[in-house]
Design a protein around this ligand. Structure first.
Ligand code: G6P
Length: 468
């Protein structure tokens, strides 16, 4: 077996199984960003194929070697749904939902992280680079380093890293910090996340932390340096621009407006159905605007795409019930025969349809209570080649650090949110254009290719420093 010079390790493989047993690329932008580098470097991608008990041999897909890690039904329940998505996810998103600390889930997380590390170690060439992705695999950097000190190891954290006052709740906080510190470069979305991490390391482990790096002691008394820094992720902007300029997709955008009964303004929300996204807050604000006659259904329709997610985790089941109750109430009160208040779609759509929706939307509502980055905000901006449309953006997203000319909102402040929606609905086109241009420039200059280049350059630099 030829070994890989670059190994990506992520909870999921970049492909999904289709109905006739083949594989198709999954929608995420990470794959697009890494594909060219992966090809050049004889790359391999270690990940879970997405279904329990699926045993698949490694295979090549579009020039990249995919190395499947099998998860049993129990692993899925304890490592994925349990520790990853019912402990770490809520804790790291500022305890919007209550994290559950269960020892069996932790044990499973440790065991599964070991299996991912084993698979990565087996496929990595001598002195190769390994890039670990996200919160499901926080122990993997250290586990790999223990076995393969020759490797250069990077880790990127796609979600927020919480303030120490919250992080310190975690019964296994030391192990998690030590796991992450196995990497040479630990990347975060925002400078604030990198700061929270460094503070946790100082408080918990008493290591020296500086802008130039964290000094991590080795067993034999010497030390190495790990860099913790922000590398805000982005999207494959060019591919969105291309779709947004396709005539069939533009026609579909016009058709969507027709199908909604030609409201004056279309408001749009696009999220995984997740309690971090502030979907209820935005619906509450919209419902109140209707009830106060500041809006009516002929003037404005809210389209809410909420794609199904983590449907066996209790907090998600409950959220779905709450949202669907709310949609029913608002629509029951304000719908007419021709117009609906909220068009709610609990479905996932292909990228073409999403772009048509972005083109149809006069106002994009991103009201997350906490979000590592929020790529939907960037997708909307990239698609608006006409420089029209208004982005409402929660200050609790990573994207808010970069998209300074969005209308910034605090989603907890319902009155403020209502005023911001009205401002967006009434915004003159010259102002829309001025704001949108500035955001488009940002997203185009800093796309996902730039992100992966920046991260891999920092990692190469760190690897050389360690070797000298
Ligand atoms: C977030 C996480 C990703 C995760 C995605 C979808 O964006 O940062 O790591 O893959 O949500 O969630 P899922 O649980 O379906 O993988």
């Amino acid at each position: 077996m030829t070994r890989a010079e670059l190994v990506v390790v992520a909870n999921r493989l970049p492909v999904d199984r289709d109905d006739d047993g083949g594989w198709r690329p999954s929608p995420g932008g990470l794959v697009a960003a890494l594909e060219p580098v992966m090809r050049r470097a004889d790359g391999a991608w270690v990940g879970w194929p997405g279904r329990a008990d699926m045993e698949v041999e490694p295979f090549d897909f579009d020039g990249v070697r995919l190395v499947p890690v099998t998860l049993s039904a129990q692993d899925v329940a304890e490592y994925y749904e349990g520790f990853s998505n019912d402990t770490i996810w809520p804790l790291y998103h500022d305890v919007i939902a209550a994290p559950r600390y269960r020892r069996e889930w932790w044990n499973s997380y440790v065991q599964v992280n070991k299996r991912f590390a084993d698979a990565a170690v087996a496929v990595a060439a001598k002195n190769a680079t390994v890039w670990v992705q996200d919160y499901q695999l926080q122990l993997v950097p250290q586990l790999i380093r223990e076995r393969r000190p020759d490797l250069t190891i990077g880790y990127f954290h796609h979600i927020p890293f919480p303030a120490y006052g919250l992080f310190s709740q975690l019964p296994w906080r030391r192990q998690v910090l030590e796991g992450l510190l196995g990497a040479d470069v630990i990347g975060f979305q925002r400078t604030a996340d990198a700061g929270n991490f460094a503070r946790a390391v100082r408080r918990q482990l008493r290591y020296e932390t500086r802008a130039s790096g964290i000094r991590v002691p080795r067993a034999e008394g010497s030390s190495r340096v790990a860099l913790a820094k922000a590398f805000p992720i982005s999207i494959d902007a060019a591919s969105y621009v291309e779709l947004a300029q396709r005539e069939d997709i533009k026609a579909r955008a016009r058709e969507i407006r027709e199908e909604l009964g030609n409201p004056e303004k279309i408001l749009l929300g696009v999220d995984r159905l997740d309690y971090t996204k502030g979907i209820r807050h935005r619906m509450k604000a919209f419902g109140e605007l209707l009830s106060e006659d500041r809006l009516d259904v002929e003037r404005a329709t809210l389209v809410q795409v909420a794609s199904p997610s983590r449907e066996r985790v209790a907090a998600y089941v409950q959220l779905r019930d709450e949202i669907e109750l709310m949609v029913g109430r608002v629509n029951g009160t304000y719908d007419t025969m021709e117009h609906t208040a909220i068009r709610y779609l609990h479905q996932a759509f292909p990228r073409e349809e999403m772009v048509a929706l972005y083109l149809a939307a006069d106002v994009m509502l991103v009201t997350a209570l906490r979000d590592g980055m929020n790529l939907v905000a960037k997708e909307y901006v990239a698609c608006r080649t006409d420089n029209r449309g208004v982005l409402l953006l929660s200050e609790f997203t990573g994207a808010a650090d970069e998209l300074g000319t969005a209308i910034r909102v605090n989603p907890h402040d319902i009155e403020g949110l209502k005023d911001a929606i009205m401002r967006a609905v009434d915004m003159p086109s010259a102002e829309q254009s001025r704001r949108m241009r500035a955001m488009r420039k940002k997203v185009q200059e800093h796309d996902v290719q730039a992100w992966s280049r920046d991260f891999l350059d920092a990692l190469a630099h760190a690897g050389k420093a360690a070797a000298s």
